[in-house]
Design a protein around this ligand. Structure first.
Ligand code: UDP
Ligand code: MG
Length: 158
């Protein structure tokens, strides 16, 4: 298998949930071929927010970011698939919605950097760390195949 199977952590942020974009955002990841293996709606606690965004402590936007992620429920998920980290980031677009390419989630649904509707891990290591913050191991469902795996398996047959 030439493709590298990965997991990434993605969350629809409170602005996305409040605006009713959850279904549309999940649809884009699913349509791409990423498999949802864990999913929940939850309120992020102060402790979770601080763990999640530890790398940003001390930056000017940090206090607002911590308030933002707790400003309503988020929809947290684990996505699995080939190069899942990069695939999800590619669909999300750049952090600043006005620099994100047209057709990406942030370009299509957000106006400003502070409220950019979606989070996605930036590396496999970050994904592991973030999945641990939001999910217990038994909350991940690994025992089914999605369409893209079936298609790639077909292609790999000699
Ligand atoms: N953020 C912000 N102002 C900035 C940079 C980031 O409000 O100048 C927020 C934004 O919501 C972003 C989050 O902080 O999604 C985390 O920033 P990061 O640089 O990790 O961007 P991401 O990985 O989300 O694209
Ligand atoms: Mg980041």
């Amino acid at each position: 298998m030439v493709h590298s199977e990965e997991r990434t952590f993605v969350a629809v942020k409170p602005d996305g949930v409040k605006r009713g974009l959850t279904g549309e955002i999940i649809r884009r990841f699913e349509s791409k071929g990423l498999k949802v293996i864990a999913l929940k709606l939850l309120n992020v606690t102060q402790e979770m927010a601080e763990q999640h965004y530890a790398e940003h402590v001390g930056k000017p936007f940090y206090p607002r970011l911590i308030r933002y992620i707790q400003s309503g429920p988020v929809v947290a998920m684990v996505l699995e698939g080939y190069n899942a980290v990069q695939a999800a980031r590619h669909l999300m677009g750049k952090t600043n919605p006005n620099e994100a390419e047209v057709g990406t989630i942030r370009s299509d649904f957000a106006m400003v950097m502070e409220y950019n509707v979606v989070h996605g891990s930036d590396s496999v290591e970050s994904a592991k760390r973030e999945i641990d913050i939001y999910f217990k191991p038994e909350e991940l469902c690994e025992n089914y195949k999605n369409m893209s795996e079936l298609v790639v398996e077909d292609l790999d047959v000699e």
